[in-house]
Design a protein around this ligand. Structure first.
Ligand code: GDP
Ligand code: IMO
Ligand code: MG
Length: 422
């Protein structure tokens, strides 16, 4: 039996979906532990492409059970749409999906408040999925949870209470028209019929299955630098994508975690606003976007692109306790003559000892680069480490020596077979 946590080590979109799909050949249960439909995890199987937002990326392997933990915030309509899409592709969901009682529900007012908040002075560049406002209600102890779907009287009462408060805020603070409470009650009362069958006491289920020797992979969404506590606050999401969040978001205790796997993109991307020291606003950045098809899987927004930031990765490795990594999208660098890697930050000519998460400070840092020679060869068909060009191996060795992690997988394309295991 083994329990592993898989985390995004940068600002999200590292290729977590692809690697979870690969790893789930060997795991029996995959659990999402935080975030919501802000995530977009892409899996390519042959010519077919699946983008999963809420359902764990193990769903494409029929023997894998998939769990949505208490730490996730669920938009019930987005969930049902995703189930429908998967079923239309012939994937069986029934009996394989387990949703925690304690997961919170995204309500229409969360999405509305998300978009209103983005019109304020600090624009985060959110995905507009209502994530922040839903976690606000969770921590204010006003949230509506999956379990509430089971008691229609209680559900209606909670919706009325919440909407009374939200309508006050909308009309008095934002001069916005009030929401129609009856319409929302009608919409949400119906979700019970479709979702009831998946509702599970998740900690009990997971501990029972682990007791039988089953292996569990905890699938993080977003990335370390988007973490509410350890990321580039306030330009972060509102949950805990780091490995520590896997325990609170699932009910699996730290003593049961055997390993932490980091997903590391061979360069850096970021969607939305906030500091990005190695961002490239020139032709190199445009090329990375073009070669890497760097457009958001959830919102379609162009992703900001930049050099690999090894200084940041050292921080991410420390915060997550990363043991081993999958390097993804290595093929995207294949046309470059020279590849830069950030190894330190300077402010006013002085090197920093540690990674500053403070956004203002990060905006001021000057990255210090080392330049490595590019391999300038197509590697998308390479299937073993030995067959990689020596200069590619040098780049990988530089990353692993500098950041202090062991490379276990190398991804050289979006497809399953474009994965090298070491
Ligand atoms: P996630 O959110 O971390 O799961 O990542 P996304 O799915 O948002 O973005 C990763 C994108 O890169 C997807 O379009 C994947 O199909 C694609 N991808 C994953 N691994 C590789 C790779 O090694 N090479 C290339 N070229 N594309 C990859
Ligand atoms: P996956 O799981 C990349 C970013 C948004 C925004 C910030 C806050 O696919 O890697 P939110 O809607 O969460 O309140 O937005 O976080 N963001 C992501 N960026 N990948 C993601 O998920 C993201 N989920 C949120 O762009 O900057
Ligand atoms: Mg994504």
């Amino acid at each position: 039996m083994s329990v592993s946590v898989l985390v995004g080590s940068q600002w999200g979109d590292e290729g977590k979906g692809k690697i979870v799909d690969i790893l789930s050949e060997k795991f029996e249960i995959v659990v999402r532990y935080q975030g919501g439909a802000n995530a977009g995890h892409t899996i390519r199987i042959g010519e077919e492409q699946f983008i999963l937002h809420l359902i764990p990326s193990g769903i494409l392997r029929e023997n894998v059970a998939c769990v949505i933990g208490n730490g996730v915030v669920i938009d019930p309509q987005a969930l049902l749409d995703e189930i429908k899409l998967l079923e239309e592709s012939g994937i069986n969901i029934k009996g394989r999906l387990f949703i925690s009682h304690n997961a919170h529900l995204i309500m229409p007012y969360h999405k509305l408040l998300d978009s209103i908040s983005e019109k304020g002075t600090t624009k985060i560049g959110t995905t507009g999925r209502g994530i922040g406002p839903c976690y606000i209600d969770k921590y204010a102890r006003k949230g509506i949870r999956i379990v509430d779907l089971l008691d229609k009287v209680e559900l209606e009462k909670k919706i009325r209470e919440n909407i009374a408060e939200k309508n006050n805020i909308l009309s008095k603070l934002y001069d916005h028209e009030k929401l129609n409470v009856e319409e929302i009650i009608e919409e949400y009362l119906k979700f019970d019929d479709a979702i009831d069958q998946y509702i599970t006491d998740v900690p009990h289920y997971l501990h029972t299955e682990m007791g039988k020797g089953k292996s569990v992979l905890l699938e993080g969404a977003q990335g370390t630098l988007l973490d509410i506590d350890h990321g580039t606050y306030p330009f972060v999401t509102s949950s805990s994508p780091v490995s520590g969040g896997a325990c609170t978001g699932s009910g699996i205790p730290p003593t049961k975690i055997d390993s932490v796997i980091g997903i590391v993109k061979a360069y850096t991307t970021r969607v939305g606003n906030g500091p990005f020291p190695t961002e490239l606003l020139d032709e190199d950045g445009e090329n990375l976007r073009k070669w890497g098809a760097e457009f958001g899987a959830t919102t379609g927004r162009p992703r900001r692109c930049g050099w690999f930031d090894a200084f940041m990765l050292k921080y991410s490795t420390m915060i997550n306790g990363i043991d081993e990594v999958a390097i993804t999208k290595l093929d995207v660098l294949s046309e470059l003559k020279n590849i830069k890697v950030c190894v330190a930050y300077e402010i006013n000519g002085k090197r920093l000892n540690s990674f500053p998460t403070d956004s203002k400070k990060l905006d001021q840092v000057k990255p210090v680069y080392e330049t490595l020679k590019g391999w300038e060869k197509d590697i998308t068909d390479v299937t073993s480490y030995d067959d990689l060009p020596q200069l590619t191996k040098d780049y990988l060795k530089f990353m692993s020596d500098f950041c202090g992690f062991k490379i276990r997988f190398i991804s050289v394309g979006p497809k399953r077979k474009q994965t090298i295991q070491i």
